[in-house]
Design a protein around this ligand. Structure first.
Ligand SMILES: Cc1cc2nc3c(=O)[nH]c(=O)nc-3n(C[C@H](O)[C@H](O)[C@H](O)COP(=O)(O)OP(=O)(O)OC[C@H]3O[C@@H](n4cnc5c(N)ncnc54)[C@H](O)[C@@H]3O)c2cc1C
Length: 289
């Protein structure tokens, strides 16, 4: 049933493209415009139960919103556990947001505050990422990193960074003197440096491609050009409001944007990156939920 709805949904999207509604140029800015409008006070509540009765509904076990590196990895992990997964992505393909516009560094986990999730997950995630990349032939290299003090007044700060990294459980960190650092990197001018041997680089597109492939092999469905615009509770169930992304071009931001499909999942993962808090605010429910 889910597959049929998704196929219908995808047919509807390709039909709108054939009609010439492909706003390729405008699409780039579309999502930003929508996010800005969503957070403005001109937007009315989407708590409009009667009009939703006519909207097609579909049940699915897990919905992952957003196909950046986080959403894709979550979808893969759920699918490997045997869960039915649908990924809803507003862009025409996966990983077009921050996940394809970053420095592709595999961070060691040095800077984060002690015992923070970031510190814990960065150290554990780095180990898992190297293991995954080796196992799946993802181009990557553990090239190491130098954090430098360019003058002696910066050395106390360098020591603080070193201590933070050690407390976070980053192995192999050591202070090297300027001469040694400059031997490694002749272009460098520094008086001291921290050598972080566990830092590396990764081809993030190959990584995402591999994760998508695994998720799809486990039965995950990716639906693109589809945006989650909000959600509401019906009893104990959450209903996600989905619309074709192109429809957002015509939307002036002054009227209620009606969904074209309601998804009713048992589990929702909001992995829409920087849009996550804005989208979360569009989920209507009792005040204490
Ligand atoms: C300049 C820069 C450099 C960085 N360098 C590094 C680095 O070297 N190493 C590192 O590990 N990290 C780095 N990062 C951080 C890293 O890129 C991000 O943490 C990561 O890409 C976030 O992934 P994500 O999946 O959460 O978000 P995103 O990649 O933004 O994915 C979110 C997805 O959700 C979709 N979406 C949004 N709203 C909706 C909606 N309502 N419905 C449907 N879909 C929606 C978007 O289209 C997008 O595809 C860097 C970040 C920046 C900005």
């Amino acid at each position: 049933m889910l597959k049929q709805t998704i196929q219908r949904w995808e047919r509807c999207i390709s039909a709108s493209r054939r009609r010439g509604d492909g706003h390729t140029k405008r699409k780039k800015h579309l999502f930003g415009k929508w996010v800005r409008s969503m957070s403005s006070s001109t937007i009315q509540s989407n708590d409009n139960r009667t009009t939703w009765d006519s909207v097609p509904k579909e049940r699915v076990e897990c919905v992952v919103i957003g196909a950046g590196v986080v959403g894709i990895a979550v979808a893969r992990a759920l699918a490997l556990k045997g869960r039915e997964v649908l990924v809803v992505e507003s862009a025409p393909t996966f990983g077009t947001g921050t996940s394809s516009r970053n420095s592709e560094v595999i961070h060691a986990g040095i800077y984060y505050p002690l015992n923070s999730f970031k510190a814990i997950f960065c150290v554990r995630g780095r180990e898992m990422l190297y293991e995954y990349c080796s196992k799946h032939d993802i181009p990557h290299k553990q090239i190491g990193k130098l954090i430098v003090a360019t003058r002696s007044s910066e050395i106390p700060k360098l020591n603080d960074i070193l201590n933070c990294g050690i407390q976070n459980g980053v192995d192999g960190l050591k202070i090297v003197d300027g001469v040694e650092a400059m031997k490694m990197e002749p272009e460098l001018q520094c008086v001291k440096a921290i050598l972080s041997p566990l830092t590396g680089i990764v081809d993030s597109h190959s990584l995402m491609l591999s994760l998508v492939g695994e998720a799809e092999n486990q039965g995950t469905t990716f639906t693109y050009n589809s945006t989650v615009i909000g959600g509401h509770l019906e009893g104990s169930e959450i209903c996600l409001h989905v619309t074709e992304t192109d429809r957002l071009t015509e939307w002036k931001g002054t009227s209620i944007l009606q969904p074209e499909l309601l998804l009713i999942p048992k589990l929702v993962v909001n992995s829409t990156g920087l849009s996550s808090p804005v989208l979360a605010k569009r989920f209507n429910g009792p005040k204490n939920v």
